[in-house]
Design a protein around this ligand. Structure first.
Ligand code: SF4
Ligand code: SF4
Length: 344
């Protein structure tokens, strides 16, 4: 299975999961993907399995294809998230968004358009790039494969989950695309396991490596944030809090992290997940910060607003962190709806 054909297949999957292009109104049998799968059929079980399914996709108008796409993936609260960070952590601008932006930059790549770096079409395009790099020698070719496989090891699972979920969606077009995506990526990961086992891209690594194990003397401690400038309001601490004592909330002007001390069971998970070391377990202070109706406010930051419509995108603290990690980019200043408008 040559690198260039694998690269082409990733690129076609990327196109299928972006806003529908003209060629998508053709029947599945007329798609370039069908020809490619035919070429792969002798050597790939997943290609063989999906040939007939793909051939069964009927032609229909581009507007109808776009309606299907919008029904499944349109911004707001879509049935299926196409952003890795949203799919994995529930945050549209989350750790995978930044990680992907850094990966592209490290290779001198810049996503065209204003789509978020962790959109599946960009991740698949990146896979196409990794698979298709021309390698002048056998040893370098092995190295390219390892980059592709390492990326799959770190980022393949959510795409496979998405593909499987889409496969159950009942949509006659995207269910088949999703099932193919899941099968193809699963097969690639099984055929070529990654050279290293460092699949952690942040969340699990942090959770497996607690910094402080001295819990016995701390069983009445609650979390505090001594220096609010250290907190990016990423919300991971609230996500791992088993009692929901911690919550990231919004009012008209601010995003804020609140703690209800009565619900805290002093487990310290929030402290351990915080990669910025902003949160520490401490004895309760009688001079706790202000109250917005949901307990103590540990940290707050004004909204960063969409330059076009003024809707809140994230907190200014998150935006500051994004810029510090990856520099300025066009997509940072627009909400999902206004970004989508750029493609019309
Ligand atoms: S305390 Fe840490 S984990 Fe919690 S929101 Fe702030 S930066 Fe994120
Ligand atoms: S110590 Fe445990 S229960 Fe208390 S806020 Fe942190 S994660 Fe939640």
């Amino acid at each position: 299975m040559t690198d260039s054909r694998r690269a082409e297949l990733y690129a076609l999957l990327a196109e299928l999961l972006a806003e529908p292009l003209d060629w998508m109104s053709l029947s599945g049998r007329e798609w370039p993907l069908f020809d490619l799968l035919t070429q792969f059929a002798a050597e790939s079980d997943s290609a063989r399995r999906h040939l007939d399914l793909l051939a069964g996709i009927p032609s229909e108008g581009l507007n109808q294809r776009r309606k299907r796409y919008d029904a499944l993936f349109a911004s707001g609260r879509p049935r299926f998230w196409l952003y890795e960070s949203a799919a994995r952590s529930g945050k549209i601008l989350g750790p995978q968004t930044f990680e992907m932006a850094r990966l592209y930059r490290a290779r001198g790549l810049e996503p065209a358009g204003a789509e978020l770096p962790d959109h599946i079409s960009l991740e698949l395009t990146f896979l196409s790039y990794l698979a298709g790099q021309i390698a002048p020698s056998t040893s370098l070719r092995t190295s390219n494969l390892s980059h592709e496989q390492q990326f799959l090891e770190n980022h393949g699972a959510w795409m496979i989950d998405l593909g499987r979920a889409l496969g159950q969606s009942g949509d006659p077009v995207y269910a088949r695309i999703g099932a193919l995506l899941a099968d193809w990526l699963t097969e690639q990961m099984q055929l070529h396991p990654a050279c290293t086992s460092d699949a952690g891209t942040g969340e699990h690594s942090r959770m497996d490596a607690p910094r402080n194990t001295q819990h016995t003397a701390r069983n009445t401690f609650i979390p505090i944030i001594p220096n609010p400038d250290d907190c990016t309001l990423c919300g991971f601490c609230a996500q791992v809090c088993p009692t929901r004592a911690l919550k990231v909330m919004q009012n008209k002007e601010y995003d804020f992290l609140s703690l209800n001390p009565m619900e805290c069971i002093h487990c310290g998970k929030c402290e351990r997940i915080c990669e910025f070391h902003a949160m520490v377990m401490s004895s309760p202070s009688p001079h706790a910060s202000g109250d917005m109706g949901e307990g103590q406010i540990l940290c707050q930051s004004p909204h960063a607003r969409c330059l076009t419509c003024g809707k809140s995108i994230a907190s200014q603290a998150e935006m500051k962190y994004i810029v510090s990690q990856i520099g300025e980019a066009a997509w940072q200043h627009l909400c999902l709806d206004c970004r989508a408008g750029l493609y019309v």
